[in-house]
Design a binder for this molecule. Structure first.
Ligand code: GAF
Length: 389
């Protein structure tokens, strides 16, 4: 039994305490790390996330009066009560805007979704770049899908969750995190083409190969809504327009030098374009390595991806750079920041035998630099969203 299944009785008990009745069911959706393919998802490109064992649990029951009640074990402020027919996109709204946005998106799509009582518990760290928002959205979407017998497939739930975040919460994220939460499977990384949403589960058996993937949560909290994410996205779209392509996905590595020439005079956009084009290529190379059973060969690609995010896309920070540099100096196979950037987490691929040495080196480097100690744990490729009860 996983921690998620272990946690289900506690979440059921908390639901009972809050609402005075047993929940109809309990659903779970995981956080994720992205192995490679950063900021490519809103450029129609390739991504490769894997689900973490950390999940958000949603205990839920339907209501017949159109009222939506939301309660979180991790948030102050008690029950948030809303009317489903009065939901309107608005800035702000705190954590409850994410699940409320999902109900709004479903109703906007003409789906027969009414009221519900929901209680959430989560082990996904928030603000750590590990997609706690997507886990909250997708757990909600899956619960409503079952409660209201909508019959939607996981990737359709991901689309609705993304719409909730884009149009209701107001953050212009791509489709990676919601798809990861909805579609990842245990023991695999998910190779996703964000243009047509075609996907392939790529076996990623680290333990079997004597490898380990560490997550270093720098504890530098990041917010996607603070403008820098939207700025990068707008810059990429500007680059695509200037190059006359539908999205930067349509610029190949071979065309890159000529494309950069055409953008001379726009150094910031040049950097964004160079990152996206080289990053899409790195995803394809990582997939080729994994398909060929050459897992260790992805290490340099991860590290090259970090340099590109730091130097061209300019979304790293001192703590992320330190985590990557200290890990590599201590013998890691490769390392990079993961997720939206400006803080959050890095991933480090290490030989199992070197894991303790690398971990210690990162802790010591943070202490020497005067940064708060990072939180380091192992990422085991885990299951996507599911009903647990
Ligand atoms: C965040 C976003 F939510 C994703 O859509 C993606 O753009 C990612 O940053 C960067 O790859 O997690």
């Amino acid at each position: 039994m996983t921690d998620t299944e272990h946690g289900a009785p506690r979440t059921a008990a908390a639901f009972y305490e809050v609402y005075g009745a047993e929940p109809h069911g309990i659903w779970a959706a995981p956080g994720r790390v992205n192995l490679i393919g950063e900021h490519t998802d809103y450029n129609d490109g390739f991504v490769m996330p894997l689900a973490l064992p950390h999940t958000t649990l949603a205990a839920a029951s339907p209501r017949t009066d159109g009222v939506l009640r939301l309660h979180s074990g991790g948030a102050e402020g008690g029950i948030v009560e809303l009317r489903t027919d009065e939901l309107r996109p608005a800035a702000g709204g705190g954590w409850a805007a994410y699940p409320a946005g999902v109900v709004w998106a479903m109703r906007e799509a003409g789906l027969p979704v009414g009221g519900a009582d929901l209680h959430y518990d989560s082990t996904v760290p928030t603000g750590a770049g590990l997609s706690s928002s997507a886990a909250l959205e997708v757990a909600t979407a899956l619960a409503l899908n079952d409660l209201y017998a909508l019959g939607l497939a996981p990737r359709e739930l991901a689309r609705l969750a993304q719409r909730a975040e884009n149009a209701f919460v107001g953050v212009p994220v791509g489709i990676m995190d919601q798809t990861a939460a909805a579609c990842c499977t245990e023991g695999h990384a998910l190779f996703l083409d964000t243009r047509d949403l075609s996907q392939r589960q790529v076996p990623f058996d680290l333990a079997g190969e004597g490898l380990r993937l560490l997550v270093v949560d720098t504890r530098v909290r990041h917010e996607l809504g603070d403008g820098a994410y939207a700025e990068r996205r707008a810059g990429c779209e500007r680059g695509a327009r200037a190059l006359g392509v539908r999205a930067l996905r349509d610029v190949s590595l071979v065309q890159l030098p000529e494309s950069l020439d055409r953008l001379s005079g726009e150094p910031v956009v040049q950097g964004l374009v160079r990152h996206i084009v080289t990053e899409n290529h790195r995803v394809e190379e990582v997939v080729a390595c994994l398909d060929a059973g050459r897992t260790r060969a992805i290490g340099p690609l991860l590290t090259a991806g970090h340099a590109s995010l730091r130097d061209d896309f300019k979304i790293s920070c001192a703590e992320l750079d330190l985590a990557v540099d200290a890990a590599n100096a201590a013998g890691a196979v490769g390392a990079r920041m993961t997720g939206g950037g400006f803080g959050g987490s890095a991933i480090v691929l290490v030989e199992e035998a070197d894991a303790q040495t690398v971990r210690k080196a990162v802790m010591e480097a943070f202490a020497a630099a005067g940064h708060p100690a990072p939180r380091i744990f192992t990422a085991v490729p885990s299951a996507g969203a599911r009903r647990v009860r």
